[in-house]
Design a protein around this ligand. Sequence first.
Ligand code: NAD
Length: 352
Amino acid sequence: MQRVLVTGGAGFIGSHTCLTLLEKGYEVFVIDSLINSSLRSLERVCEIANLKNKLNKKQLFFAKGDIRNKNFLQEVFEKSIKVGSPINGVIHFAGLKSVNESLEFPLKYWDMNVSGTINLLNIMSENNCRKLIFSSSATIYDASASESLINERSKINPTNPYGSTKMVIEKLLEDLFNSMPSQWKIINLRYFNPIGAHPSGLIGEFPIGLPNNIFPSITQVASKKLGFFKVFGNDWPTHDGTCIRDFIHVMDLAEGHISALEYLEERQPEIRNFNLGTGVGTSVMQLLKTFQEVNNIEVPFKFIDRRKGDIPKVVADNSLAIKSLKWNPKKDLKQMCRDGWKWQKLNPNGYI
Ligand code: NAD
């Protein structure tokens, strides 16, 4: 049986991926500092996967700690052997993800994301574990490019410190691979805009503090936790003047990680980059309209000025992932809106 270390596995994408891993029969070892999450997400994962809350018993293990702490990471690799088997591969979600916060606190982002990843790679290497899936982001692509769809060869040029950390980690992984090309198996998954939640409504996204991402902002206005939804600009060169993004259901994204793991298991060592998006562009107003219609709820909104650094359109060419990973996003925008609202309604205060 494959045992996968999931860093940041208590977070939004991590918890959904842990569930999918368990359902596919993997053993999962999560590490998380819980800086932006709660252990309850993993208790809920156990509940959905019918593990009867047996965290740390057989299939799902958890250790609280920070990836910047090398001793902690080494202990995790040793503990995994003590509790049955070594770690065979790593899915690396742990890190900070707010573009705006990264502009204000670049050192914090470089430390958390880059130093943390360097520690992780050192400890992986020392423990002869050289299979890695890294959470990268569409933020790394060149914002000024005018292509209609972004593919993996599109120009890279992030415009904020968060994106720079993702770009530099990809570069670091390339250097690492080139230093030992017969050893490392690495996939960088470049996510577009993950939204929605597991259809049970038991796990979902609940950022600590004010939401930075579009979807939690909508759901928190819908549940009257926030007064109105801010639409940043209505004068963009798009069909309705609002920005266009590629929203992808978080369960489809989670499936993408399983496909990536299976791909690496079957292949010789290599390093690959894949876009994970639907290839469908949706404007902010279309998202808002669909959310209101399918959930029969009103979401007050206001147009405000464009946000610094935003760009009109970011949509994935996902054909490489579809072809190589044999993966296909299945859930449409309505499903994303339904599932995301169900999670918010059932958990108005998140996991508290
Ligand atoms: P999240 O904040 O919900 O999850 C990240 C998890 O990592 C959290 O549980 C947090 O507590 C943990 N963490 C943070 N720093 C840590 C550290 N130093 N040591 C241990 N744990 C730490 O975020 P998410 O939306 O699930 O994103 C997961 C990954 O995907 C991140 O790397 C993010 O940059 C990337 N990503 C996210 C999006 C998105 O829109 N959500 C888009 C592209 C890429």
